[in-house]
Design a protein around this ligand. Sequence first.
Ligand SMILES: Nc1ncnc2c1ncn2[C@@H]1O[C@H](COP(=O)(O)OP(=O)(O)OP(=O)(O)O)[C@@H](O)[C@H]1O
Ligand SMILES: [Mg+2]
Length: 574
Amino acid sequence: MAGNTGSIVGVNGNMITVAFEGAVSQNEVGYARLGELRLMSEVVRIRGRHADLQVFEDTAGLGIGDQVEFTGELLSVELGPGLLAQIFDGLQNPLPQLAEQCGFFLRRGTYLKALPRDVRWAFTPTAKVGDKLTASESLGHVPEGIFEHRIMVPFGWRGTATVVEIAPPGSYTVEQCIAKLKDEQGQVRDVAMLQRWPVKVPIEAYAERLRPTEPLTTKVRIVDTFFPVARGGTYCIPGPFGAGKTVLQQITSRYAEVDVVVIAACGERAGEVVETLREFPELTDPRTGKSLMTRTVIICNTSSMPVAAREASVYTAVTLASYYRQMALNVLLLADSTSRWAQALRETSGRLEEIPGEEAFPAYLESVIAGFYERGGVVRLKDGKTGSVTIGGSVSPAGGNFDEPVTQATLKVVGAFHGLSRARSDARRFPAIDPLESWSKYPSLVPTDMVESARRVLRDGNDVGQMMKVVGEEGTSLEDFILYLKAEYLDSVYLQQDAFHDVDCATPAERQRYVFGFIDRLLQKPIGVKDKAAARRLFHQLTQATKDWNRAGMGSTEFRELEEKLDKLVAEVS
Ligand SMILES: Nc1ncnc2c1ncn2[C@@H]1O[C@H](COP(=O)(O)OP(=O)(O)OP(=O)(O)O)[C@@H](O)[C@H]1O
Ligand SMILES: [Mg+2]
């Protein structure tokens, strides 16, 4: 199929129209020839003998009559050991190596191999000669990071594969043959650790999809207790400019209880991305004490890179995440921000002169967004073990107005909504997740009735607060005033969490249950104080003591002393 060529009949921004002979398929990769350079591009539409391709590079210099070589291959990524700890662009070029080769100004038409070819991996075979396997079943494994990286029958393998030969234990590069497999037609093929997979096709080499029900502990209290995320679930974080989307995702990538984190930094400002790249490798994994990068893959493209690469990056990220799910691992994919991805779709659609939908986004925006989140999920693998891909996407709606196409399309498909509020971020109440607007369909790690009653306190306390703005404190009854103070207390000691404090930054599940249980009892108690001033004093003391308690190591002497102090305060007034 490879080897088709065509010639350019039109150039419009990063879109080229190519007249071709023979067969060309949707999402096939083509290279536009520009002198010595070959610019990578992808077929986005075919009409008769004309194909429209989006070029992943600046198209300056390309003109009518220039040649395009079609590859016969869909836009694909490399899968195999060596992905972890890497930083790729949207086309899976390793960025540090790219920078090394080309300096600061990336040279067009430079594409590097994603997986290192010279590294040798210690392979342990598990399959035996004569075994009959199907796609994704294990041939063996190599150590990568803190776990065993499964080497599997390629996902695209059709029917049964009979093991004809399997490599003995030893060191192999990703391209060396580690097994000879015979297909149902009797043809024997060499299999290496490296396999390629088209990014826009879901990897579905598993036994079945399961419902996401097991909580994924992020250690962010407001999330886990109030608006939980499930392993294999999906959630979105819409928030106005600067409300804390990126910081929240960074905290989650550090502390969430998962095996692998894939970060898709999509269209961020170049400065921000550079910061992430500089900072991340220096962070240590709270679980292993090793660099956090050893279980992380970053896909990043800045707003200065062409939009087509931005569109691809989201698919590259979800493909890598799905790959690790096939190894019975729990993977978290964080996309920041999906709005910039949607903008890329809008630009492409505009260039194709498609009939626009709302706010000039393509009419198929909803199905594209749904298709992306559907690639998350919990699956039971063919060996009975489970793996998951959890997807969290931030959305940055213009003006912070959630009533816009990207936020709305996302809300239709995700299982949890963490809406950031401008009022809360302005008041520096971080994380700025709005406790009244947000929701989750997943089970919390504390009993539902406790969460419900706490939310009631927040709602009622907020109502009193709004009323107080009008009638003043004098116009408010003592009872209502106490309700208001209870809501403020819950907010400041539980919903808010100090991302920069060693202990407070991450609250494990067990601790959340314990502390929330205490707070619940306190909220249920009638408070006997003689006036508002006394009530204010009491809640001020409670707040200080509880904040100190949040900062003490659980189970430490200090923790117990602070707890006694809190108990005494409560006993005095109830
Ligand atoms: N949990 C937090 N704790 C303390 N400060 C925070 C927290 N979250 C955000 N901030 C503050 O808010 C600033 C902006 O946060 P962030 O960059 O995450 O916002 P954003 O929503 O990603 O913005 P943008 O729309 O520009 O991408 C941070 O630099 C930090 O000062
Ligand atoms: Mg951001």
